[in-house]
Design a protein around this ligand. Sequence first.
Ligand code: ADP
Ligand code: MG
Length: 693
Amino acid sequence: MSVPEIFGSKVFNDNVMRQRLPREVYLSLEKTKNLGLSLDPNLAESIASCMKDWAIEMGATHYTHWFQPMTNVTAGKHDAFAVPDKNGNAIMSFSGKSLVRGEPDASSFPSGGLRATFEARGYTAWDPTSPAFVRDGTLYIPTAFCSYTGESLDEKTPLLRSMQAVSEQAIKILRIFGNDKVKRVTQMAGLEQEYFLIDRSLYESRLDLKICGRTLFGAKPPKGQELDDHYCGRIRLKVADFMKDLDRALWEFGIFCQTKHNEAAPAQHEFAALFSSANIAGDHNQLTMEEMRIIAKQHGLACLLHEKPFEYVNGSGKHDNWSLNSDDGKNLFSPSANPATNYQFLVFLCAFITAVHEYSDLIRASASCPGNDLRLGGYEAPPAIISINLGNSLYNVLKDIAEGHNCTSSSKNYLKTGVDILPSLPQDDSDRNRTSPLAFTGNRFEFRMLGSSQSSAFANVILNTAVTQVLKEFEPILTNASDLQSAVYSIVHKTISEHGAIIFNGNNYSKEWVEEAKKRGLPNISGSVDAFDSLVKEKNLKLFKDNNIFSESECIARHEILLDNYVKVITIEASVMSEMLKRQILPALIKFAGKISDSYNDMKTAGIDNSEIRSIASQLSEYISELYKDSEKLCDMISHIGTLNSSHDAAIYAQNELRPFMNAIRTVADRAETITDKSTWPFPTYTDLLFRV
Ligand code: ADP
Ligand code: MG
């Protein structure tokens, strides 16, 4: 079948609804979706019945309320359509109520203490803006998940709240600029997903990869990514087959696969979907990550979505391309030919700059997780300091306006290739600094800090909320102005003079930037735990509350969940490390040291006293003693963490004591690996893992 034929074939999409739903129901549902209104409950019955019939034709026997608890993965219980009629025969049933609302037991999902005070029951509520689909015999219904009393317990609820908030506030600004037609502004997201693919059987033989998603040991391989020969290189056949199947699966789910290529590290790749409404893009990204894992397995591969599966080569991120689109099809971040006179654009641009400067601690928090701590600032990913790269021409426009100069508006530069037959290419000035955490890339901002395994939702919640707040503050300046141009120019002036410090067009990887950022007073929050604390700062609690995103108790709960998760992840890593040390590495070293000693004695008996062999044996013996002591201390530290009273103390201990100690152990074990017989080493080496697909 051709791509247009398979595209969306598993989705209860607009085409299916238009064909199958009674016309008035279809129109009403469309209106609900487009305007973000609540659904008329009378329609649910009709939609549910139609959805059920379609799903059964697609081979579904079950349905599930699919939701995103705060675990970075998705969840759902599968309910059968089949129920007994009064004669005990099976009939297929699915009511409007079952479509709209589910009541899963919330007690086994992270709730950050909300569960302690309220009933354990949670609710899932149908999100009609993200289409349902059939997958492996089950109808998947995207839903939001909240507690018995309505507190959000998931990623989607706050995202939808923030999308609503930014829409309402953006429309108010559009009205000031004379646009009285727009009814909805949608935050769009384009997500780029990095990942590794390695051989399945090698993956299966490493406990660290299986349990933690990353290697806890592994000596530096002779070749990493230094030759730059993998990036965008020819895609190996096995990987190409995987990508082909992935494309197909995603097309069936109505996801537009936009690009695929090899990334910088060996065995690393990237996939990007075409941008769409942030809510759908987030759902699609979750689905993509799940399909990647499944399809990899079918191809004898393992897909690693961890931020730092391997030391010594690049880690993986997720780029979140953020913009606002009005329902008349316009991108509010499109600068047009002359940004200096595009007043509406200037207002939105300044709102974004101000928002990032004011709430950079929250933006940093949105990209924080145990995995990303291993990646940020590692000369492969943006540093922990938040800044914006605007590109020189746009920055000059703002500066000229702010300083009251006549605007020397940018005319495009053209590349000189020196070859007449090649076309002349306009130079895209804004985008080419790849080191910035947030870059303006022509008509959107690209947030490059997110970790590959993270849900994109929270980052978008933060960006939407912060921008909403600043637009709210701009509103009276604009409404009270007698002259709109001077009001806009005063906003530009204020933005550059008070928030210009957040703009940096240079190399974010350089040491000088760290110094410079310090002078500018920009926060440099190096660890996740410190970043999480920004969620419960007075100023930020107020931001969330004023914009109806999170109540104070929701913020406190989220903070608690993030800390708790951090502690658990690192404790699990430490336990895996301890097991690998005691049951794999130490026995292997002892065995090899024994072999070496035997050889030494055999040779000595034959009259040869080889001091090199003796020194290898004694080096191994030192490693054995050191690693044995370390493994004992590691166990003590794991026990100690359990005795700490607050999750904050435990998280600080995990971040500042346990992780560094684990690094130290790794260094010793990796050295031991380099002098141990390969056939005795108990698991595959880095060269095996990175170059054997
Ligand atoms: P790069 O590697 O240069 O960052 P890619 O082509 O890999 O670029 O990815 C760009 C991403 O940005 C894609 O997901 C694309 O759909 C998305 N995108 C393009 N325009 C917009 C926009 N206006 N709003 C949000 N995302 C966008
Ligand atoms: Mg990118």
